[in-house]
Design a protein around this ligand. Structure first.
Ligand SMILES: O=C(O)CCC(=O)C(=O)O
Ligand SMILES: [Mn+2]
Length: 247
């Protein structure tokens, strides 16, 4: 075997790149992606290979090595806990501050990270309606790192925030479930929420180089999470692009 073949095999092993979906073969596709209609004005577009594999590997290495990572303490249900993943926040200058779970991340700027700007521009080009101006990066060092059920529905993103999510490295499950209070408040105010097992769900395996775009009412009506995985021992990096509304 030559050294290039070895490198490819090593890469596949490291990142668990088991299948590469082909672009734009689905009739309900959108820019090479698969659209899942979640109903009530919400949908997600998943583009399995939004960025080329080798380029994605370069992005992964750059972000892994060069970002000023922190693993902050956050407040969850009245308790202070160490957030189970590393984070880093990038934005345009002069935006309203982003605070989540009692934590205000230090802000870094696009001009210091040209490769991140490059990814941002690729998303804007592929999806002309998007205008992201901030980015929260997560690093999951192993299957012990995770993000619990939540929606990115902070006020500073406005009523229908679009979230663009790029994944690099180890493939992880991304789960979505419908908010139960939406079902109660929306159209059956006198009925109890459905039991958890009856709640509508979707799942995606977020591949190295993929893009997942959540649109419309998704943050209002749905929750998402990346659960722990006992067997995962390699790193995943996720970029969530957001738009902070200007005053
Ligand atoms: O890692 C992911 O795919 C999701 C991250 C996420 O939901 C967030 O940062 O709000
Ligand atoms: Mn999120």
């Amino acid at each position: 075997m030559n050294s290039l073949t070895n490198k490819v095999l090593e890469f596949i092993k490291r990142f668990d790149v088991s299948e590469i979906a082909s672009a734009d073969t689905n009739p309900s596709s959108n820019k090479g992606g698969i659209v899942t209609d979640l109903g009530d004005g919400s949908d997600v577009v998943y583009v399995p290979q939004f960025l080329p594999l080798e380029k994605s590997r370069q992005y992964f290495d750059y972000i892994d090595k060069h970002m000023p990572w922190t693993r902050p303490k956050i407040r969850v249900f009245g308790r202070t806990v160490v957030q189970p993943r590393d984070v880093c926040y990038i934005s345009d200058k002069g935006l309203k501050e982003y605070v989540y779970s009692g934590f205000k991340p230090d802000v870094h700027y696009w001009d210091d990270y040209p490769l991140l700007k490059e990814i941002l521009e690729k998303i804007h080009k592929a999806f002309p309606g998007t205008h992201f101006n901030s980015l929260l990066i997560n690093r999951y060092n192993s299957g012990n790192d995770y993000v619990g059920w939540h929606a990115d529905d902070e006020k500073l993103y406005g009523p229908n925030p679009e979230i663009g999510s790029i994944s690099f490295g180890c493939e992880r499950d991304f789960y979505m479930k419908k908010k139960s209070q939406g079902q109660v408040v929306g159209y059956r105010p006198f009925k109890r929420a459905k039991t958890d097992s009856a709640v509508e769900r979707h799942s995606f395996k977020l591949k190295h180089g993929s893009l997942l775009l959540m649109r419309g009412n998704t943050q209002r009506d749905w929750l998402h999470s990346v659960p722990k995985r006992a067997k995962v021992d390699s790193v995943r990096i996720n970029l969530t692009f957001r738009r902070v509304m200007q005053m």
